[in-house]
Design a protein around this ligand. Sequence first.
Ligand code: GLN
Length: 297
Amino acid sequence: MSTPRPAPKPDKSDSATIAAVLRSAAARLSELNDTARLDTEILLALALNRDRSHLRAWPERELLPEEQERFRDLIEQRRSGTPIAYLSGEKEFWSRAFKVRPDVLIPRPETELLIELALAFIPATQMADILDLGTGSGAIAVTVAAERPLARITATDLSTGALEVAQENAGLHGVRNIRFQLGDWFNAVQDDERFDLIVSNPPYVADDDPHLSQGDVRFEPALALKGGIHGLDAFRIIAREARDYLKPHGRLMLEHGFDQAKSLADLLTEFGYTDISHHLDLQGYARVTTARSGKRV
Ligand code: GLN
């Protein structure tokens, strides 16, 4: 007679506890990139309409069928490449949460270098006129507006969808010192306006850059990314026009690709700018170039 076996343990593999669905979804997303666990937690928190601490506190909680459905749907969208920020509808920039939608580029940490330089140039105690060309989500304009409440900021974009997002972000962060203007670069600005500072993170990726057809960028607006054959089209327009809109002591500050500093400096020199300097990101690449209009005072 065989010895009686203990009753088999219930098979937990297809249970739908928080811990179990996190494990299996993270395995599915791990083919995509190395932030699968974090991404999975963000998406589950979103599906449950809770924050991530809830997941840690209740690993054994069973998901309701509709929660499972919502989570599965989010994971599948992520698997097909939709950026987390478009799924959650927000992205942090300079310690503030910004709304994002596919109308706008998702704010990048490297753009914080542009913020640092802008804030260093505009003292907190001083009134200043600032122009942000191609504001997108408004990350730059809203951050500078919040950090420099005395400044008057003009934020432009060619996309009405983007301007709506930027306006929502201004409202969300309670800033009232931004004027939003629709239009193509300087067409959005009156001819007689003059600025202490003109900033832009324009589209600067070369049209045939393979990076545009890979990963998350595929879902971002081409209008915000593609800068012509060499990625320099927007810089040429901005460099040509900005000198007419800068006050004599004013500065132009442009974010650019890691390999564009030299070409951009050449362009700025061609249009008579002086004091051209490159600023390095945390990886040591020149990613922002600043210059002053060469016009005589
Ligand atoms: N840094 C972005 C990227 O490489 C490009 C942003 C831009 O063109 N302004 O995806």
